[in-house]
Design a protein around this ligand. Structure first.
Ligand SMILES: [Zn+2]
Ligand SMILES: [Zn+2]
Length: 96
């Protein structure tokens, strides 16, 4: 399944949100450059997942996505080396 990534542009000047394909450097409504861009995708379950972190969890179904919108295997299926690289040394019980 290919999840298309879009951009959400929030204008701090007029408070509007715009969904665009790419980053915006000006607000499409008022022209202000005081905008905040966040990429997101729509999960297979219908929830919007914001891609601001290395791993981004869907609050609806728990799927994990990387910053490019590619779905990642559930954390519990990662081997210990991958887990260590992403989260550092942590007690395994943390994931249970
Ligand atoms: Zn604006
Ligand atoms: Zn989901």
């Amino acid at each position: 399944m290919d999840n298309r990534v879009f951009n959400e542009c929030y204008c701090r000047s007029c408070g509007r949100e715009h969904t665009t394909e790419h980053r915006e450097y000006e607000c499409p409504s008022c022209g202000s450059e005081d905008v905040h861009n966040t990429s997101f995708l729509t999960c297979n379950c219908g929830e919007r997942v914001y891609l601001g972190s290395f791993t981004n969890e869907c609050c609806g179904c728990g799927r994990l996505y990387n910053p490019f919108g590619q779905e990642l295997a559930p954390v519990r299926e990662w081997d210990d080396d991958d887990r260590y690289e992403c989260f550092g040394p942590q007690n395994d019980e943390y994931y249970d």
